[in-house]
Design a protein around this ligand. Structure first.
Ligand code: HEM
Length: 391
């Protein structure tokens, strides 16, 4: 008798290593209806790429037939969950600040931050990578870009963590999770409103001042935009730096290869994005009935696209479970695809290249100094702690 496959990302063994489950689903039930989740779960590269590129599907979660918020719940939509034309308008306002050319100008600042952190760690001979480098680096960079005081990050860290956790699929945890989400969203919004009020009186050379000067966003839209950029700008990159470093430590031959051939740094970061993707999934809503992989999808149903599974699909990547820092081509989906393709990809790439590159270059004896600790979130896959010895 065939084994009934189910997708339950919250099982401890699946959370620890979701890739065997992804493989089983991809092979036996690639367009899967989980009894745990009222949605379709897609694990093949071909299907995930198709769904993300298909402009007839919606990113607007309020169009999901199962969307049933509490009565007084206010929906705050950012570009991430809006469709054209609103999406086009909002993304157009910030696009220029995140192009590879604009972001390249931040290189000296990012290098200086990384070197300062690593100098301190070198003196001690150890580093807890997540709290000392992988988190403070992207949060400082995005806060400085936006014009949010970077030294305030301990204040918004907890709100941001709750907002990041709210991206997880809800499984019978709706009420408590929505209360936590609303409290964190409101706290962060009122903090950001204070900063915006200051900046209105005294503009500076930052993205918040630029957005105020253009005057296209009403105050709610501005706060939602800043909130998205602040949270998306660091809750993801922390996981790329943490997961990426751990993957290299677990594949010492690839670590040695990178040390011997520093020009592999760019493809190495692409491979680390593919190998253990910091954003494991996203979703789209069907706006009409259609068929996918022989299954009937109805209007209003939600399709969960497992980027982490698509990135290990042997139909797209030869020998997908092998970490190969020189892999080429490597058209992974870690930053999504289509109109919502990650706005911050050039920034995330640059930060990870500098952080991982410096770590590998400066510390030939780099090794684990304790067990890595996994974060409890599913959508954002990453580490809570990664203790390392440097000599
Ligand atoms: C390794 C780090 C990162 C990963 C893996 C990542 C991943 C993603 C993915 C998969 C999407 C598409 C979601 C979808 O299609 O539904 C996305 C969108 C987005 N990301 Fe990132 N991201 C990262 C870093 C950043 C950074 C540094 C920023 C800074 C601004 C950022 C800002 C955004 C924004 C604003 C969107 C929405 C774009 C849109 O809807 O048009 N991300 N990201």
């Amino acid at each position: 008798m065939a084994v009934q496959l189910t997708y339950n990302p919250f099982l401890p063994e699946v959370r620890a290593d979701p890739y065997p489950t992804y493989q089983a689903l991809r092979e036996a039930d690639p367009v899967h209806r989980s009894p745990f989740l009222p949605m379709w779960v897609l694990t093949r590269y071909e299907h995930v790429a198709l769904v993300l590129k298909d402009a007839s599907l919606s990113a607007d979660r309020t169009r999901f037939e199962g969307f049933d918020p509490p009565e007084d719940f206010e929906v705050h939509q950012s570009m991430l969950t809006l469709d054209p034309p609103q999406h086009t308008r909002l993304r157009g306002l910030v696009n220029r600040a995140f192009t590879p050319r604009t972001v390249e100008r931040l290189k000296p600042r990012i290098e200086a931050l990384v070197e300062r952190i690593l100098d301190g760690a070198e003196r001690r001979g150890s580093i807890e990578l997540v709290s000392e480098l992988a988190y403070p680096l992207p949060v400082t960079v995005i806060a400085e870009m936006l014009g949010v005081p970077a030294e305030d990050w301990p204040r918004f860290r907890e709100w941001s963590r709750v907002l990041a956790a709210s991206l997880d699929p809800l499984m019978g945890r709706q009420d408590a999770a929505i209360d936590d989400y609303v409290a964190a969203r409101n706290a962060l919004a009122s903090y950001l409103s204070e900063v915006v009020a200051e900046r209105r009186l005294e503009p500076r050379d930052d993205l918040m001042s630029d957005l105020l000067a253009v005057g296209e966003l009403d105050s709610r839209e501005l706060i939602v935009m800043l909130n998205l950029l602040l949270v998306a700008g660091h809750e993801t990159t922390v996981n790329l730096i943490g997961n990426g470093t751990l993957a290299l430590l677990r594949h010492p031959e690839q670590m040695a290869r990178l040390r011997d051939q520093p020009d592999l740094l760019e493809p190495a970061v692409e491979e680390l994005l593919r190998w253990d993707s910091p954003v494991q999934l996203t979703a789209r809503i069907a706006t009409a009935d259609f068929e996918l992989g022989g299954k009937p999808i109805c209007k209003g149903e939600l399709l969960m696209t497992l980027l982490g599974a698509a990135n290990r699909d042997p139909g797209q990547f030869p020998d997908p479970d092998r970490l190969d820092i020189g892999r080429s081509p490597n058209h992974h989906l870690a930053f999504g695809r289509g109109i919502h393709f990650c706005l911050g990809a050039p920034l995330a790439r640059l930060e990870a290249q500098i952080a991982i590159g410096s770590l590998v270059r400066r510390f030939p004896a780099l090794r684990l100094a304790g067990d890595p600790e996994l974060s409890p979130t599913v959508t954002l896959r990453g580490l809570r702690a990664l203790p390392l010895a440097l000599r």
